[in-house]
Design a protein around this ligand. Structure first.
Ligand SMILES: Cc1cc2nc3c(=O)[nH]c(=O)nc-3n(C[C@H](O)[C@H](O)[C@H](O)COP(=O)(O)OP(=O)(O)OC[C@H]3O[C@@H](n4cnc5c(N)ncnc54)[C@H](O)[C@@H]3O)c2cc1C
Length: 291
């Protein structure tokens, strides 16, 4: 299928992108890597009047460490993140998450801002926004605002971004010393979207006690699932197999996955326990020097 007709405009700055969006009206859409938007156009799932291309907005393409956070411009390509030595050194969970995204051709074009703005419930980057309580900066006609995932993600493929707004930056707090991480997921074939996935980050003290645990699951609800109760069960404890299993059980009772042609509700619920356990065990092994 070919896409429906649209007007095309290209911006060179964020300011220009915002004003082109305003000129075009509420039916306009931003075009970043096009890896989600173009298939949706071709399937006629969306019919924007205008596409505002931000691919030349180079001010949105960067990865920097600042004030204990990793600041990433929204137009940074997934492949750039995957290959970044800074990301691998400071926040390797982000590297591991990126390796799960589609295929290299997709990652060459797809951007972190596009992925988070698209808000697919099986996408990896939204999970890391949720897990690490990342800050999201958004620019619109009235200037810039900062938000967090609990305000940003609304439901399936829906965020609180307003019609003339551009997501500009994501800031991920860096893991504390003594942290281990893992992103594990279940997909039918390599490169497919996850049926279920779990990101885990655990911070241990020198005595083998968990100081902090963060968990975010994908594929089990309208947006990534964070479990304050399961995290609280782990905090202050030794992470025994029994406790990890109980945390997995807790999560499987909380999540509300929808069944589809790929996996039933019951299967996704069962896998949320399995993959929480796997992620926690792998994260813990990495604190202890494992791979
Ligand atoms: C075959 C295939 C497999 C894939 N597998 C995976 C996978 O396993 N995991 C995964 O996470 N993703 C996967 N993807 C999606 C891929 O990661 C996309 O690149 C990503 O979801 C969207 O990023 P994009 O830059 O291409 O955005 P686009 O497709 O250009 O835009 C997506 C949406 O976000 C909006 N948008 C884009 N940038 C901004 C911005 N800065 N501010 C406000 N709104 C914005 C657009 O208007 C549009 O509505 C796959 C894609 C394909 C085609």
């Amino acid at each position: 299928m070919k896409p429906p007709k649209f007007e095309y405009r290209a911006a060179r700055t964020v300011e220009e992108a915002v004003s082109l969006l305003q000129e075009a009206g509420e039916d306009a859409k931003i075009l970043a890597g096009g890896q989600s938007l173009v298939p949706m156009l071709n399937f006629r799932l969306t019919r924007p009047s205008h596409l505002i291309d931000i691919n030349k907005v180079s001010e949105l393409d960067y990865i920097r460490e600042k004030d204990g956070k990793l600041a990433i411009g929204a137009l940074t390509r997934e492949r750039t993140i995957e290959r970044s030595a800074l990301v691998r050194q400071k926040f390797p969970l982000l590297t591991e998450a990126t390796e799960w995204i589609g295929h290299v051709q997709i990652r060459n074009r797809g951007t972190i801002g596009g992925s988070v703005a698209h808000a697919d419930p099986a996408s990896e980057y939204p999970a890391l926004v949720v897990l690490s309580d990342a800050e999201l900066t958004i620019q619109g006609p009235d200037g810039s605002r900062t938000t967090t995932w609990d305000e940003f993600f609304v439901t399936y493929l829906t965020t609180s971004l307003q019609p003339f707004e551009v997501l500009t930056e994501l800031r991920f707090p860096l893991p504390k010393p003594g942290s281990g991480y893992a992103f594990v997921e279940l997909a039918r074939r390599h490169g497919d979207f996850a049926l279920v996935g779990c990101a885990a980050q655990v911070t241990m003290n020198g005595k083998g006690t968990c100081q902090e645990a963060r968990l975010a699951l994908i594929g089990v609800g309208p947006f990534p699932h964070r479990s304050p109760d399961a995290e609280a069960m782990l905090k202050g404890q030794k992470l025994t197999d029994k406790l990890i299993s109980e945390a997995g059980q807790k999560i499987s009772e909380e999540v509300e996955p929808e069944g589809d042609m790929h996996a039933s509700t019951e299967y996704r619920r069962a896998m949320s326990k399995v993959f929480t356990e796997r992620a926690l065990k792998k994260a813990l092994s990495r604190v202890q020097g494992g791979k």
